[in-house]
Design a protein around this ligand. Sequence first.
Ligand SMILES: Nc1ncnc2c1ncn2[C@@H]1O[C@H](COP(=O)(O)OP(=O)(O)OP(=O)(O)O)[C@@H](O)[C@H]1O
Ligand SMILES: [Mg+2]
Length: 848
Amino acid sequence: MEAGSVGTDVSADHVIAELLEMGFEFDEISEAIGVVGPCRADVVEFMLNGSGGEQRKPSVGSQRRCPDRSARLANPRGKFKQSSITDHIASATGSKTVSRGGEVSTSYSCLSASIDPEATAAVCSKSKPEPQSLLENSRGEFDRTGKISAVLQKHFGFSCVKGFQKEALDAWFARKDCLVLAATGSGKSLCFQIPALLTTKIVVVISPLISLMHDQCLKLAKHGISACFLGSGQPDSRVEGKAMAGNYKIVYVCPETILRLMEPLKKLAEKPGIALFAIDEVHCVSKWGHDFRPDYRRLSVLRENFCSSKLKFLEHDIPLMALTATATLHVREDILKSLKMSEHTVVVLTSFFRPNLRFTVKHSKTSASSYGQDFQELIGTYNASRNFRGKGQKILHEVEPESESSSYDSLDDSASDDEEEVPDIKINKLAKSLVKENTEHELDQYPGVDDFDVSCGEFLESSRPEIFAPPVPSHETSSSESFDQGPTIVYVPTRKGTVELANYLCKSGLKAAAYNAKMPRAHLRQVHEQFHCNALEVVVATIAFGMGIDKSNVRRIIHYGLPQSLEAYYQEAGRAGRDGKLSDCTLYCNFVRTPTLLPNKRSDEQTRAAYRMLRDCFHYALNTSTCRAKILVKYFGEELGLEGCQMCDVCINGPPQMHDFKEEAAVFINVLQSQTGQATEGMNYNSTDCYRSGRRNFGEVPDFRTAVSYIREKLPRFVMTDKIWWQGLARILEDMGYIQEAAEIPRVIIQHPEPTRAGLNFLSSQPNEEGLHAYPDAATLLAMTNPKSLSSSAEWGRGWADPEIRRQRLAGKTGRRKRKRGSRKQPMGFTTAKERLSAILSKSKRRR
Ligand SMILES: Nc1ncnc2c1ncn2[C@@H]1O[C@H](COP(=O)(O)OP(=O)(O)OP(=O)(O)O)[C@@H](O)[C@H]1O
Ligand SMILES: [Mg+2]
């Protein structure tokens, strides 16, 4: 709770609006205001603790009872009253603390204003005495609350820690291992930075990216805290030596390096001591996560080596604190196990919901030919705000008309290297040389590229720490003024895409730069710097740019192409709106193109998991009926309540009309049933009886394409239907549990669907069933509304009805697809691909 940051001077109306937004009931608020007056902190305090002692918490689901909701919905962009992360996470959302033993507690805390010192003491009293160093500056009298408030205020300018930060700090005080799961931008870094300020010991932080370590060290130095980072490149013995001698309060180390530094770290643990090992972005530990880094997995050495049973000088094990914003339940379990975290690990879990992020999905070809349509609005926005700002941007307009000179591929080599030139010209000049190196559709597979040209660095505390001004309450800025400003990050899948799109945006007058792992490190570093000092409007990047980046005013995250997982998507989207103000996260996805996995070495098990993640992501994009924020947090195991976010495209537009898929579903399942030779009790659906003569008649295995081709051939009313439409139906039936994938490794689109028992029951009972009503997904809607065929298979289907064409095609003479020589896939047919399919057959036989 930000006590005092919103003072008593704001009107009662404002306080009421804010607290309604947070989810409190109107009656409660007005009762509290009647007692304590119109101060938000006092009102919350009263509602949580004051009236009858009963704690009440706002439920996320009830967050949207604000009376002005309809006005906001009508004009969400203009007069939207922006909610802030600080409001929702610091004050409103209690964090759940769960020990691995199962103990759960919920807390609402503001150390400086409303915390109950006895409650805090209760946590301490269960633990051993405080470390000596914690007592040093307080004349033997330990005042944890006051001390935390003091360092927080002194170094960071914040008045209080958030609930989940306090939980994590409590775990550290109790010397317990701790897993912190909190939304992007919620402030996880403070959980491990504050301990460094409360003891004479050192905090060691394991972090996956040099750029991330660099940014954090730079900020810490500005806040008067000495720090250094040790990357994986050429070691600098001077910085490393100083770090291992305890000269910096916080030492950031990449996982590869920490494994090399085990012996020096043991000495450091002896003197001056290691207060904590923090493992940031800990989802990188898990093979089931989206950013698996094998070296993260070896970090179990920390628990194994830095315990009192191994190091006799230690009075207790050095606590581990693992932190992430994107870990599913499966990944969380894997983290605890892989890092060998203690049985008593405290799990601090807060909401993953980001109330100020507005999610939208749009259909697009996501190719260079669609830039014009898709980026028109973005270009217009920046150019309009530049014109509005007038003079300040003149220098850029002078450059832009020579449009060649502002694009990557057409800069003049002879341009002077004058130091005084404007930054975006410098970036473009540098980038020009990169174009040739980025012409392939290569992919950046891991965000974990060491994207800086330095492998270590030291950051001494500045003598006059810079105190960041506390965030400006959102009602004090006009949303229409602030929304359009602030930078944009566009994520594209390929390196070539970064250069092409950045080039296009530059030509359209924007200050844009490309960023991918193949570019020279000097360029990457420059883009980082330009981005952070607001010299760039748009960074077009692969996944190499993202994790942990903490720039407060990013207003838009655009994904131009489907990410590989919802974890990656939410992680990247989490770069937006870290100041708590309304920000847009737009995903452009080609609904009719089947997404594919990035080339990568994977075991079968990992491939299966990777396809599952990609499928979940595709289904998110195709969804037309469930709030997007709801799907996203559900993915991380959280329920958002019935109302949803009320901001995403689905909440705003509402679901499409339901469609009765009964007839088509019966036909489809019946054909599949015949393919697999499954018997159905009492099947009497006349229109499809003709397919029941056994699968040998038209296919040897359940096969989606064969089934659809067969339906189009046999039932004239379906001859014009598109494959995309049937894929949509298959998704619905799979969701309902009527069909399942028979292949060992399910892909994004079902390939070998076989009816389940429930599907067969539907088939036998369906003449009496009322209907099979479902929302068509986005691809199905396209197929229903688009008069043109979406997939080339529609044409294939049309021709298929002609016996002669069919004969020719089966003979491979006029095959629709001419496969490259050496291509692994076999042409579709009824007697081919035996090896590949026999595995499926035997699996489906086993199941039966
Ligand atoms: N108690 C607090 N009060 C106000 N602001 C805070 C507080 N704690 C952290 N912040 C601010 O929140 C912002 C985000 O913090 P941080 O980078 O630690 O987020 P994060 O949770 O690590 O996000 P990510 O998962 O994206 O890395 C920072 O700019 C920080 O200053
Ligand atoms: Mg972080």
